[in-house]
Design a protein around this ligand. Structure first.
Ligand SMILES: Nc1ncnc2c1ncn2[C@@H]1O[C@H](COP(=O)(O)OP(=O)(O)OP(=O)(O)O)[C@@H](O)[C@H]1O
Ligand SMILES: [Mg+2]
Length: 346
């Protein structure tokens, strides 16, 4: 008998679209064995949309890794006195209320010690360590699990969007020259429909992250205001400008500048905290495809901005995957790929 194959589906339930990628470990390689996506037409129709994605893509694996995001998810990077890992969890339960806007018994808490960022800058800094604290409202997790389990799926991992983004970047960087310099600081920016995720990493560790509630829906609204259409018509024009490229680009420019400035504030904050600049920016998410975004960001950040494809180094091993459709959607797949990459955990 051949070695037993392991598969995991990264299921990204976005605000606008459900995206699923199935990764299978074959020998020592991860391969894409399934891909599907579908728009979410209403909150009530979410379960039907997920079922539709599984049915149409032919993905058979029931084991899924999913993510939560939004205001009920709190991520903090805090300084604590150095202590052993087993003491850290109990110490944090006592201190967590300093950092999160919810009652400690309302949330699921997780924490991990981060590798030292660089040489300590003072004797005091030498006694401290940086800790990543994640708190997710229990009710959000329960709601999320209810959706997944009611569809007969088995949740194996619940992650946070921003860390899945980091994991996808790590996977895609494994075969890329961009990781050769471990000191380089990259900002990953995922522009979705409701929100933009920012994750600043060095040597595959996240040292700062933030969600900004400015993204594709705001571009649509700006187009609707400018062209005097309703949002549905503006959304259609945004995806297929039909000769109105210039008017669309012009109408979203103020929103692009606002978003760029918000992201830039995060860079400033990070740079003040760590005394180290962000070197390069990598953009993803469906809205990163909009005309003028890359140029606007390069202007505001005064830094190189790159697009990237989280699937580019992964071989596809399935006749059912529509390769063209996957390429067209690649910008939107970073969270799904990052979630599925958690297959490497076990
Ligand atoms: N070619 C395109 N040009 C402009 N915008 C696009 C294009 N393709 C998709 N979008 C926009 O991308 C958004 C969807 O992207 P994505 O799937 O990354 O978001 P999401 O994960 O559903 O949302 P969020 O991350 O905010 O929860 C929508 O706002 C859509 O209008
Ligand atoms: Mg998203």
């Amino acid at each position: 008998m051949l070695g037993k194959k392991k598969s995991l589906v990264g299921l990204d339930i976005g605000s606008n679209e459900v995206k699923a990628i199935e990764l299978t470990q074959i020998g020592d390689q991860l391969k894409i064995t399934g891909f599907g996506h579908a728009p979410i037409l209403s909150k009530d129709g979410l379960k039907d949309t997920i079922s539709e994605v599984f049915r149409r893509s032919g993905i058979k694996t029931k084991r899924v890794a999913t993510a939560v995001s939004g205001r009920a998810v709190i991520v903090r990077y805090i300084n604590m006195m150095k202590m052993a890992d087993d003491e850290l969890k109990s110490a944090l339960r006592f201190e967590a209320d300093k950092y999160i806007p919810f009652q400690v018994d309302e949330v699921v808490l997780d924490c991990t010690r981060l590798p030292d960022f660089g040489e300590p800058t003072s004797p005091d800094a030498e006694k401290e360590m940086k800790v990543l604290l994640v708190a997710v409202k229990q009710t959000l997790i329960e709601e999320h699990l209810q959706v997944i389990q009611s569809l007969g799926l088995t949740p194996t991992v619940i992650d946070v969007d921003t860390f899945a983004l980091g994991n996808a970047f790590e996977l895609s960087s494994m075969h890329s020259p961009r990781v050769e310099d471990e000191e380089k600081v990259f900002a990953l920016v995922d522009v979705g429909s409701l929100k933009t995720n920012i994750n600043i990493i060095k040597n595959n560790t996240s040292y700062f992250s933030r969600e900004v509630y400015l993204a594709g829906n705001d571009f649509t609204e700006a187009i609707a205001r400018r062209l005097g259409t309703d949002n549905a018509e503006a959304e259609k024009l945004k995806l297929n400008p039909q000769g109105k490229e210039e008017a669309i680009e012009e109408s979203i420019l103020p929103t692009l500048d606002d978003l760029g400035n918000e992201i830039h504030l995060s860079f400033d904050y990070y740079e003040n905290q760590y005394d180290r600049e962000v070197d390069e920016v990598f953009i993803s998410g469906g809205s990163a495809k909009i005309c003028g975004l890359k140029a606007a960001f390069e202007r505001v950040f005064d830094r190189r901005v790159h697009g990237w494809d989280p699937t580019e180094n992964l071989e596809v091993k399935s006749d059912r995957v529509d390769l063209q459709d996957m390429k067209d959607h690649s910008a939107q797949l970073s969270v799904a790929v990052g979630l599925a990459s958690r297959i490497l955990d076990r």
